[in-house]
Each structure stands twice: as structure tokens, then as C-alpha cells.
Design a protein around this ligand. Sequence first.
Ligand code: ADP
Ligand code: MG
Length: 380
Amino acid sequence: MKLNTHALRYLTADDWRVLTAVEMGSKNHEVVPTPLITKISGLRAASGVNKAISMLAKSGLIAKVKNAKYDGYRLTYGGLDYLALHTLVKRKSAYSVGNQIGIGKESDIYVVADDSGTQRVLKIHRLGRISFRAVKNQRDYLRNRNSASWMYMSRLAATKEFAFMKLLYDNDFPVPRPISQSRHCIIMELIDSFPLRQVTDIADPPKLYSDLMDLILKFAAAGLIHGDFNEFNILVDEETQTPHVIDFPQMISIEHPNAKEQFYRDVNCIKTFFQKKFRYTSDVDGPHWEDVKRTGALDAEVLASGFTKKMMKDLEKYMTEVAPLGTNDEDWDGSDDDDEDEDEQEDEEGDEDEEQEDVEHTERKGNTAGETGLEKKVEE
Ligand code: ADP
Ligand code: MG
């Protein structure tokens, strides 16, 4: 699923109202009946609503669904992308969309620029994408989830990631500066570094190794386990050789029943990677669970930031159901999933004649939006 910003500039104020109405109606209706769309939109003329509906459907932002009882529409991922981008542009968090620099297992990463040309990162959460391909015999079970529930999960992941990033950043952890979040999208600082996996020139592996182990302990002291602390989620500055940590949707409290296991998983990921890549094994045993000296409670603080216990539970349920199917970075081969649910493909047929950008898969190459992508200006 690609981010296609093509129709953004053609949408009228009425189109946006109707798109927003479909989103609002989706909270209580899997298929939003047309009269309800008209009502929520607050537009007087039904003809105006119909015109907007047909424009939005043609652009693949909403999709017609024939229900047993009535006809109506549902929001597509494309529509959700547009609503989020619209909000982020209005807030001046972004102005233009540049190159795609990464396709994660469950996210798309783009470089964007604000109106002064400063580059930032847009992370679009796309939960549900991997699960369709992960394990075939789980397909039917997972397929029963409708797209609205995947969208809800994606919003939760973004909300969680943003809440943690903010808390960590404010507490001097080396993480990107969080800038803005809307729905399933986050805008954050662009870190001018590459993932450890790609950095060939590490001058002092033992030093970096011990910095990373200290970081795991620092997280734990603050009450948190990263849970995916590996060579893909650690960006290392080639000049200063300092690390930044990214990717927080799976973070857990140190009080969580799986905390100890995840702590050792994080530690062992780094150990294994340094052995394989640098043939380096530390003389120092550990760190061990017993080495954790609790000094803070960011795990409790995060609940006061808008990421509620209920949201945490809903997301965790998803993570435990789907994570065993192979959503870890190590299992991810970097190819995009064209094997999404068939509805979604049908719905988005309208997109296909639109011009599509070249995307760079997996490996991060040019990290400048200016190189090729800036002409794709996102308009209000
Ligand atoms: P996923 O959850 O899909 O693994 P990540 O947040 O780990 O997504 O991002 C995927 C890739 O995108 C990273 O490995 C990194 O190359 C790049 N990336 C993500 N965020 C940033 C950032 N703030 N600055 C620079 N590169 C980033
Ligand atoms: Mg990652």
C-alpha cells in the first residue's frame, strides 16, 4: 500500500467534510450509511454530498460496500492517510512529502519537509499488513478482522509510539524528537544516521557495545523495556559513533509479566549481533536482570499522557496474537505485501492509473527529500 498524495490538492472543502464524516461514522458503523454521511457532514445539499462521495470513491479514499441491509461506504487506508496528512499540514508539521526511505514490517517511512525546508520523518503505521502473509494457516482467522479494526490498531500503535517517544525525549534518552501525531501517523526528527546493521565503519565496537548495554539498563531503570532493541532500530552516527534508538510500539513496563524475558532478548540481540558482525564478545558477563536499579517510572507516567490502559490492553492483544506469526524485524524480508485483503485491493483499483512514485525498498539510501521528492507538495 503506497502513499499516493496525488488527489490531495484537488479535494474541495466539501470533499474534506464528507471524508471526515465517513471517518466519524466509522466509529459506530462498519459500513457508514449514506444518509448518516450526509447528516454528519452538515452539508445542506444532498447533491453536494453525492458529488463529494463520488470524487472520494474515485480517488480510492472511501469504498462502497454493499451490506445485507443497506449500502454505504467505509474509509480506506488511503482515506485515513489523507485525513492524517491534512491535519499534519494544517498544524504546519509537514508541507511536502519526499522519498520513501523505509518499508518496515508494519510501517512506511517517508522523508517530509516543513515549510522552511527542514527535513523530518513521517512514519505511517500499517498494522495488519504483515499478518496476512506471515503464516498461511492463520489467514482466515486474521482475515475476519475488518479493515476498521486494523486502522484502529494502527492508530493505537502511533499513539503509543508518540507518547513513549515524547516521554523518552523529555527525559534525555537518545531518541528522535517527536513533533506531531495524527491518527496512524507520526512526524519526528530525522536522525542523520543509518541503522547499525548498515553501518560498516564502527571504530570502537567494545565502546558502542557498552553504550548500548548501558542504554538497555537506563531504559530499565526508568521502568521500560524496549522489546525490539536490535541492529535495525539503533541508528549510529558514523562520525560521532553515538546511537539513537527508534521504534517503540512494542515497549513494555518493567512490571509486565514478560519484562524479564524481553530484557534478556534485547541484551542477547546486541550480543549476538556484535559476535557475528565484529567478532566481539565482552569479557564482562551480563548485564543481568538483577543489575537493574529502578530510579524512575516512565511506564506509569505514559498512562497520564493520553495512552490509556484500555488502549494498551487492546494493542497488546494484537501484539500477542500477531507477533508470534513473525513480525519481528529479524524475520522480515523487506518485501512489501501485495497480498492484502482482497477488498482493499478492489477498493483501491481507482488509484492504479494515477502516477506512482518510485520507492526505495528497505535500504535507506538518499535521505534528502530535496533529491527527487519535493515536487510532491502536500496542499491543504
Ligand atoms: P518499523 O516499526 O517498521 O521497524 P522503524 O521505526 O524501525 O519502523 O523505521 C524503519 C526504518 O526507517 C529504520 O530502520 C530507519 O532506517 C528509518 N527511520 C525511522 N525513523 C527514522 C528517523 N527518525 N530518522 C532516520 N531514519 C529513520
Ligand atoms: Mg524497526
